[in-house]
Ligand binder design. Structure first.
Ligand code: ADP
Ligand code: MG
Length: 684
């Protein structure tokens, strides 16, 4: 059964329609079959007229005992009937459907579906759909699929196309899951699942179909990532690295000793750089665990081997901060570090381009612009991305097309629940910095309501008089009429009146010009500002060790991921630090989330709770990792199925890491098809 044939072999799909379908990523018969309903419309049960519910859609069965028609203004024909069952009577009214008068026969019974309303002084069912008795009954137990639509693609059209595609396949689809697996995991057969998902016999068969297809989606995705990993691991290392003498000097010069975890991770990186394999590694370490210095070690080693390395950060503020710390670490060793961010003048950029091309700059730090603009490297051997930006398969390909595959290192402070790790990082090797530098104290966290404001402000003054600095986070930039939330601008005004005059307060938000933002951040870094009132723009990566107090207003508005990231901005030096979560919310989930924050500091522990509690916002920053959007699966709702798929994926890879066995042939083919459609989405 060849399901890769184009959709145009089906009736009713010409060039125009196929263009429209392409936009929905539907090219082949197979794509059509895998275009699943987003929901199902259920036929409603029949209600007796005595029991109808006002202002809701009701279905009633009754005989016609009166039909009248009159013309209202502007030729508007109104058809009015009286319907009767053994409990009562009700009017039904339609507009502009003159033919109804002949269709609805006095004394005949019909089924009517429509909204019950009180209008023109009568209770009526408004413009109801009309069904012959037996027709409604045959559909009463069926679930009508509702498909996601797009412009110029109607429900009717997509339903007909899918019907045709199913008929075309005549149950001859190859089931790519070997029978023994289906048996072990209690999964429905593929043809059955496809038929039932599009045209379910009943709820039970629909559930069977859903389970199978959700399972498939997880499994295909995870196996696909494993295959990519397998594939990249055989890419020959074009940049074999030697260990360098400068490494020792560098480590000795540091004002601290590396933690064992940092050493371990650096060793893992080094082994790989020296091997014949191209590195594709993720370094995971909680906020403040000291990832930057590990990155600097890698950049140093690359530079000393006479190659170039580059490091990308998600924001300019962060890029500049990295530039500063990496320059401090590397320039004493004679390594030239360059900066490339959007706000630089054209002239400065040109200068950087030139010095990169001729190999003068060994280490480039910047925002994402560094790989997107017309940047040419002399011999780029390592790309590091910090936080947020996951370096996707696509970009790896883009870079490779410029020349050779560089090593890649992704650094993330987002701990993710173990169950999701395979989905997110399945194509990478992972190193974990699972230890904090010594001397860090637990960030004391409190959750209070707004009645504590005055006490909070005196605490703020106390910290500042000790020379420390304070962050205050508000969810909004400006006051909004519809939401009663604290906003950066008015909060700054408000607090100025309540706090000693010689305390310097500034605000920061995402809509400010990047020059202004940088200026504020710089002054805060230099302790020229005492209190920084900010939106979450400071969430990622910013490092001001002198800041010891984080106040989060409307804490209910943030998910655990966000709260954890924000709290990570304090406690970065040797001073005792505090986090105060301010909320008046009485919601029980919010209360639980606040409790988790007060009790735990370990990001991995918090991430597990996050998965359980789910708050507002993006659950544990998963979007940051570029998760694909699944067609039918939902990693949160379907977590149990995900676990099963995890388990099977691991088993299969252990048994046959290239999926080259005959029994996996169709599975392998399916993964390839699945991935050509999905991979664009996992990048970045
Ligand atoms: P993150 O992992 O969040 O990126 P950073 O790399 O910004 O963390 O490091 C946080 C702070 O910890 C920095 O001020 C850095 O100088 C310091 N640091 C890093 N490693 C150590 C260490 N081994 N001992 C003491 N301080 C360290
Ligand atoms: Mg960092």
């Amino acid at each position: 059964m060849n399901t890769s044939l184009p959709v145009t072999i089906l009736k009713g799909i010409g060039d125009k329609k196929s263009e429209l379908l392409k936009r929905m990523r539907i090219y082949s018969i197979e794509d059509i079959l895998n275009y699943y309903p987003r929901d199902y419309e259920k036929n409603m049960p029949i209600t007796k007229i005595a029991n109808i519910k006002m202002d809701e859609v009701n279905v009633i069965e009754g005989s016609i005992c009166l039909v009248t028609q009159n013309i209202r203004k502007k030729n508007l024909v109104m058809t009015k009937t009286k319907i009767r069952d053994n409990t009562g009577e009700i009017y039904a009214i339609w507009f502009s459907q003159p033919y109804l008068k002949n269709k609805l026969k006095l004394g005949n019974k019909y089924i009517f579906k429509g909204k019950i309303q009180y209008k023109y002084n009568i209770i009526q069912i408004s413009s109801p759909e009309i069904y012959e008795i037996n027709k409604y009954e045959t559909t009463i137990n069926s679930l009508k699929p509702l498909y996601p639509l797009s412009k110029n693609i109607s429900m009717n059209f997509i339903s007909t196309v899918i019907k045709q595609a199913i008929e075309y396949t005549r149950n001859q689809l190859k089931d790519y899951l070997p029978e023994e697996i289906r048996r072990d995991y209690n999964m429905a057969e593929y043809n059955y699942a496809i038929r039932q998902i599009h045209n379910p016999d009943n709820y039970e068969s629909l559930e069977e179909a859903r389970k199978r297809l959700i399972f498939d989606e997880f499994l295909l995705f995870q196996l696909g990532l494993s295959l990519i990993k397998e594939h990249t691991s055989v890419i020959n290392n074009s940049f074999v690295i030697q260990e360098v003498l400068a490494e020792k000097v560098f480590i000795e010069k540091l004002p601290y000793t590396l933690t064992n975890a940092q050493k371990k991770v650096w060793d893992e990186i080094k082994v790989e750089l020296k091997s014949d394999k191209t590195m594709n590694r993720l370094v995971q370490g909680d906020v403040g665990s000291g990832k930057t210095v590990v990155a600097a070690l890698a950049l140093l080693t690359i530079a000393e081997n006479n190659y170039q390395g580059c490091m990308m950060a998600p924001t300019e503020v962060l890029a500049k901060q990295h530039y500063k710390s990496v320059t401090e670490l590397l320039s004493p060793l004679g390594i030239e570090v360059g900066l490339l961010v959007g706000s630089m003048t054209k002239k400065n950029k040109e200068d950087v381009y030139n010095r990169l091309k001729n190999g003068q700059i060994k280490v480039l730090i910047g925002t994402h612009a560094v790989i997107q603009e017309k940047v040419e490297f002399e011999n780029l051997a390592l790309v590091i991305t910090d936080e947020q930006h996951r370096f996707g398969v696509k970009q790896r390909e883009a870079l490779a097309s410029k020349g050779l595959y560089p090593h890649t290192l992704v650094m993330s402070a987002t701990p993710i629940p173990r169950t999701l790790a395979l989905i997110v990082y399945g194509d990478m090797d992972v190193s974990v910095i699972d230890e904090m530098p010594p001397g860090r104290q637990k960030i004391e966290t409190f959750s209070v309501n707004t009645s504590y404001r005055d006490r909070i402000y005196s605490f703020v003054e106390g910290e500042i008089s000790n020379g420390r600095q304070v962050y205050i986070i508000c969810p909004m930039i400006e006051d909004s009429e519809s939401l009663e939330l604290e906003s950066v601008i008015s909060y700054t005004e408000k607090i100025k009146g309540k706090i000693s005059e010689n305390i310097k307060i500034e605000y920061l938000h995402g809509k400010m010009k990047s020059k202004e933002k940088n200026n504020i951040m710089e002054r805060f870094s230099n302790n020229e500002i005492d209190i920084l009132v900010s939106t979450t723009v400071i969430e990622v990566g910013v490092n001001v060790p002198n800041a010891t107090l984080m106040i989060i207003e409307n804490a209910e508005r943030f998910g655990l991921a966000g709260l954890h990231q924000l709290r990570g901005r304090v406690g970065r030096g040797n001073y005792k630090s505090y986090c105060i979560l301010v909320t008046d919310s009485k919601n029980t989930i919010t209360k639980k989330r606040m409790d988790v924050m007060c009790k735990y500091t370990d990001g991995f522990v918090i991430s597990e709770y996050d998965l359980k509690l789910r708050g507002p916002g993006d659950v544990f920053g998963l979007k940051q990792h570029g998760l694909p959007e699944f067609r039918i699966a939902d990693i949160f709702r379907d977590i149990e199925i995900l676990k099963e798929a995890n388990c099977l994926a691991k088993k299969i890879i252990e048994e046959d890491n290239k999926l080259s066995k005959e029994k996996y042939r169709y599975l392998n083919e399916k993964i390839n098809k699945f991935f050509t459609n999905t991979v664009e989405q996992i990048s970045l």
